[in-house]
Design a protein around this ligand. Structure first.
Ligand code: MG
Ligand code: MG
Length: 272
């Protein structure tokens, strides 16, 4: 059952989403060669608690850490470890926070030092596909419209759209209805209505869309060992239109990147 949120609840969800956004912004300056994903996980846990929230992933379905850390050919759900990151790696960081009873959940794939032009393009296309999908999340459209748009855009660049893992409704639970696949058919699936909040999260493989899972029961990798990227925003429908509750602005501030990519999805100016 889809749980519709009131405007007051959406404001609480924005608060949770922005704690995740700030956490990712803090991590942006720390992602560099020689640093381990366990070190970043510890920084994130402290940061989230210092902001009056609980790490959203820690203990969820028995996940052992605060961040999912998925380098290179790992798609999602990687477990932080003590292997130092290397120049040219990418690291997908997925972060959750729980405050006032509501979850925030979003993700960004970071470059470690200088990465190859092919990998830069994978990241850029995956992030762009996220906005292509968000644009379709509006009253009157359906779940399949978002998936169709993301899949068409992604495959036009020759990349693989992961099928087995999907976006989701978000609220008092991390995973609510509806499921939000990154593939689909136009006009199919549940209809979007005012007050829905979802996490839209394309997971894009440079090669085949096929995946496999490590014996740890968590880590998802590409079947062909090629890199994979993951970007995720929390989005509400307000006045019939998509309103992004999370932001990459803290990341861009830390990395010195200029971008107005989120402005079309924001009804009020963002005050950092
Ligand atoms: Mg996530
Ligand atoms: Mg999610």
């Amino acid at each position: 059952m889809i749980k519709i949120k009131s405007l007051e609840e959406i404001e609480l969800m924005r608060e949770s989403a922005l704690i995740v956004s700030k956490t990712l912004g803090m991590l942006a300056s720390e992602v560099k060669p020689g640093v381990t994903t366990l070190q970043l996980d510890a920084l994130a846990e402290t940061f989230i608690r210092d902001h009056g929230a609980e790490p959203g992933f820690l203990g969820l379905y028995d996940f052992p850490n605060s961040l999912c850390m998925s380098p290179n050919s790992q798609v999602v759900h990687g477990i932080p470890n003590d292997t130092p990151m290397e120049e040219g790696d990418i690291i997908s960081i997925d972060c959750g926070a729980l405050k006032n009873g509501f979850y925030g959940d979003h993700a960004y794939t970071f470059e470690v030092g200088e990465v190859s032009p092919e990998i830069k393009k994978l990241l850029q296309v995956t992030k762009e596909s996220l906005y292509v999908g968000i644009r379709e999340f509006k009253v009157g459209n359906r779940v399949g419209d978002v998936g169709y748009a993301i899949q068409k855009f992604t495959e036009s660049h020759g990349y693989g759209v992961v099928r087995e893992l999907v976006g989701h409704g978000l609220g008092r639970e991390m995973h609510e209805d509806p499921e939000m696949p990154n593939y689909g058919k136009r006009g199919r699936g549940k209809k979007f209505v005012e007050g829905m909040v979802v996490a839209i999260e394309p997971m894009t493989n440079m090669g085949t869309h096929r995946i496999k899972q490590l014996k740890d029961g968590w880590t998802i990798l590409t079947a062909d060992g090629q890199p994979s990227a993951h970007f995720e925003h929390d989005v509400a429908i307000v006045d019939g239109k998509p309103e992004i509750l999370s932001t990459f602005a803290y990341i861009y501030e830390a990395l010195g990147i200029e971008s107005d990519e989120e402005s079309e999805f924001r009804q009020k100016a963002l005050v950092l």
